[in-house]
Each structure stands twice: as structure tokens, then as C-alpha cells.
Write a protein that binds this ligand. Structure first.
Ligand code: FRU
Length: 451
């Protein structure tokens, strides 16, 4: 059956493969979400930027291709990058990837747009500096508190270990490499760095990647965050060792390459690629579909008590419709039957009688909390083995949970976004059905359909 995994309100193109969000910007009254796109096939053999726009983060227009790999310096892939509005023009920064006789070369490139529809490439703005291999990509541009522009780039040092490079520019157009911002001794590459001010702190996002340097192949990677101090004058971080003091950004199965931007009202908003699937999982998941992968919902970020919180963007609540009735089945067990899988659910004043278990659609997925072991576990039914597979993390106490469910995904925000679990789910041919066990009647459950 096709169309089974097609999402209702998550961003995904009609065909091919989507990965990282790119070029996020609010420009000329519209949110711009570019993305890594292979429009020809559900694999990673080709990369361009596609584009979605929206006036309100809720209704989206698919604008098709934005930047193609059609120049000598980007012919083997328009890789990830960012956007920045300078003097009423949208500047896009991306990695032009080329591979000649198996030899990789990366260049950080620029394109500019006056209307958000036509993008004029101006060519490379930065060659790979001394001391780095050609795994040098994903430029993220931001403006400092002074008037300088900065660019952080994901990198691998010549010794085969990962790093983040820092570049500067007076005008956002002419760039120079200045210094190594941060390093890792445990990972061979850092992808998709992001550095921004938030609630009086600087926050660094980065994706540590294990690689087999001999084979030049990635092994595994994840998204991390770290609260830091960034000294603009010296271009240095107070804590430049990436192997220490970081937090895993998402505890679920599918979350990678997050990128943030500033909404016009000053909120820091994040999108991420909702996938960490292996090739075999990708093949089986989208077997009968024309496309694969989507972005997460937009999330607002904040820092409280030195911790990064993620919360669904407030605009999303405008899409909530009818309330779904919650039925008391027996002592400590409640049930609900939403019309379809696109719903949002808030569980507040969680009062536990025993371990909490929330089951989605009779065993497609579940989330459990054990207050004695202080452990929260998310499980989904594997579409390869038909058995449970789980992800867990420590949680001191559980006060509330918010779940954003779509046709084939769950995003679960725990305690106001202190922890998040994002995962794709392969729906079975079952009617939506939610079961809540282990909670007392005091626990408040509100479910609303998403229209
Ligand atoms: C992260 C990533 C980036 C790269 C892009 C290519 O998912 O590997 O480092 O620019 O994907 O699609």
C-alpha cells in the first residue's frame, strides 16, 4: 500500500530523498526552509537544495529546486549550509562538493537572492584551509554582537580527528579562515555545527561522527549541544574540547543535522532531519513510496538552569482541532481513539500509581517511565524484525509530556522539552488507539486532532 507513511504536517517533498534542513531564514515575509534533496531517487547519490516557504510555520508551499549541482565547483553535490539576510538580500552559504578520480574537494560557496525565488551563484568564498582534510563542510553563518559575521564549518583535521573551524567576514561576503574553534579526539569528523546566542548564553550544536578513515566511510553519528562562552574578539570558546560537557540533543531514534535561525520576533527556532536510519531500514521503510524522510516540527529553543530546552513552535497550536475523548477503562487505565494519527497530546500533573506505560496503536510504539529506576524508555516495533527496539535515558522525575504524532512519526517532549524523543514509526493496518496505564485519575490528559 502506498501513501501509508506520507506525513500530514511534516515537511517532505513528493519524491526522492530529503535530508538536512539548510538555509533557514525569514526573508521578505516568509520562512524559508531549504533542504538537502535527491529528487531522482531514494538514495544519497545526488544532492541539491529544495525549498519550502511559509508565512506562518504552519501552511507550507513547496517551491521545488533552489540550487543545483551545475558548476565545476559543486558538480558532485550542493551540500549543507545556511542562509543569512544582509541588506535585504538572502545570502546562501553551502559546500560545493566535487569528486574527481575518487578525490574529494570541498569549497564553501555563496549564492544570493533578491526575491527568494531566483538564486544567483557567486562561486566559492573559501578554500579548505591548511591543517584540514577535504571533509570540510556545512558552513553556518551568523552575526556577532559587534558588527562582524562569523562562519562555523564542520571539519576533520589532518590527523584524522574532528574539529570546528571558525571564519570571519566584515561584510558577510568576503571570508577568511581565522582559527580552529573546537576539537574532538574521539570522533573523526564534526558535521553541521551551529553557534548562536540564547538567553544570555552561547549554544553550540554539532554532530560528532565516527568514521573509518581508511575506507573513508561514516560509521555512526548523533546530534549534540553544549552551552559555551564565545569570545568574539579572540574567536575562542571557553570549553573547546568537544568530547566533554555535551548533551545528546534527542533521545529517540531519528534526529540529526539540526539547524537554527532567528524568527522575526527574536525566537530561536530549530528544524532537524528526522532520520538516523541505516540503509537497510530506509529501503524497507519507503519500499512502496515515491519519497523518504521528513523534517522535524519547528521547535523553539530556550536555556534554563544551564540546560537547553526544545518546545514545539507556538504557531503549531493554531492547527489543533477537535478534542478526543479519553475514557476511563479500569483503575489506572485510560484509552482514547483519535480519528487519525495526526494529533497532539498533553499529559500534565502526572501522578503515578505504578510504572507508566503509554501504548500507541496496539504495539506500534510505547513510552514507559520507571520512577524507581528513574528511567524513561521509548520503544518502537522494528519494521525489519517485527520486534521491539528501544532507546532510553535517565530522568529524575516525570511531570509532563507532550506528544506530536503524525502518520508515521512521534515527537515526545518530556518535562517542557528537557528531553525529547523523535522517531519514525511504520504504521500497521490498525485504527489509532492509545492506552495509558499506571496513572491515577488526577493525571490530566488532553488530546486534540491536528487539522
Ligand atoms: C549530514 C551531511 C552533511 C552534508 C550533507 C550531504 O547529514 O552528511 O555533512 O553536507 O549531509 O547531504
Amino acid at each position: 500500500m502506498t501513501g501509508k507513511i506520507r506525513q500530514q504536517y511534516h515537511l517532505e517533498p513528493d519524491c526522492g530523498l530529503l535530508n538536512d534542513p539548510n538555509g533557514l531564514a525569514y526573508f521578505k515575509g516568509k520562512y524559508h526552509v531549504f533542504f538537502q534533496w535527491n529528487r531522482f531517487a531514494k538514495n544519497h547519490s545526488y544532492k541539491e537544495w529544495g525549498l519550502f516557504t511559509s508565512p506562518d510555520l504552519c501552511s507550507w508551499e513547496f517551491e521545488g529546486s533552489a540550487i543545483l549541482p551545475d558548476q565545476s565547483y559543486d558538480k558532485d553535490g550542493v551540500y549543507s549550509g545556511s542562509g543569512y539576510v544582509i541588506q535585504d538580500k538572502l545570502y546562501l552559504f553551502y559546500t560545493g562538493n566535487t569528486k574527481t578520480c575518487g578525490k574529494r574537494k570541498s569549497r564553501q560557496c555563496m549564492a544570493v537572492s533578491e526575491d527568494g525565488k531566483k538564486f544567483l551563484k557567486t562561486g566559492p568564498v573559501l578554500e579548505t584551509p591548511e591543517g584540514f582534510t577535504e571533509h570540510f563542510r556545512d558552513p553556518k553563518v551568523f552575526k556577532g554582537k559587534g558588527n562582524h559575521y562569523f562562519m562555523v564549518v564542520g571539519a576533520q583535521r589532518k590527523n584524522g580527528k574532528g574539529s570546528i573551524a571558525l571564519c570571519r567576514s566584515k561584510d558577510g561576503i568576503t571570508w577568511e579562515y581565522t582559527n580552529m574553534l573546537a576539537v574532538t579526539e574521539q570522533y573523526e569528523m564534526i558535521e553541521c555545527p551551529d553557534l548562536f546566542q540564547l538567553d544570555g548564553n552561547y549554544v553550540l550544536l554539532f554532530d560528532p561522527q565516527k568514521r573509518d578513515n581508511e575506507k573513508d566511510e561514516p560509521e555512526y553519528s548523533f546530534a549534540a549541544s553544549k552551552i559555551v562562552n564565545f569570545d568574539e574578539k579572540t574567536g575562542t570558546l571557553d570549553r573547546e574540547n568537544l568530547d566533554e560537557g555535551y548533551t545528546v540533543m534527542d533521545s529517540g531514534f531519528d534526529f540529526y543535522a539540526p539547524q537554527t535561525f532567528l524568527a522575526p520576533d527574536g525566537r530561536r527556532v530549530l528544524f532537524a532531519w528526522m532520520s538516523r536510519m541505516e540503509e537497510e531500514q530506509e529501503k524497507a521503510f519507503a519500499e512502496n513510496e515515491p519519497n523518504i524522510h521528513c523534517q522535524t516540527i519547528p521547535r523553539e529553543l530556550s536555556v534554563k538552569d544551564g540546560k537547553l530546552y526544545q518546545h514545539p513552535a507556538r504557531e503549531l497550536y493554531q492547527q489543533l482541532g477537535n478534542e478526543v475523548t479519553v475514557i476511563l477503562k479500569s483503575q489506572n487505565v485510560k484509552k482514547a481513539y483519535p480519528e487519525n494519527r495526526a494529533f497532539s497530546m498533553r499529559i500534565q500533573n502526572i501522578d503515578l500509581k505504578q510504572n507508566l506505560c503509554m501504548d500507541f496503536h496496539q504495539g506500534e510504539a510505547k513510552i514507559e517511565y520507571n520512577p524507581v529506576e528513574k528511567k524513561i524508555v521509548f520503544s518502537r516495533c522494528s519494521w525489519l524484525t517485527d520486534e521491539w527496539e528501544s532507546k532510553e535515558c535517565r530522568l529524575e522525575n516525570l511531570q509532563e509530556m507532550e506528544v506530536w504524532s503524525d502518520n508515521s512519526s512521534l515527537e515526545i517532549f518530556v518535562n517542557g522539552g528537557e528531553k525529547v524523543f523523535s522517531s519514525r514509526i511504520l504504521p500497521k493496518d490498525r485504527k489509532p488507539e492509545l492506552t495509558f496505564a499506571g496513572i491515577t485519575e488526577r493525571t490530566n490528559i488532553k488530546i486534540k486532532e491536528i487539522i
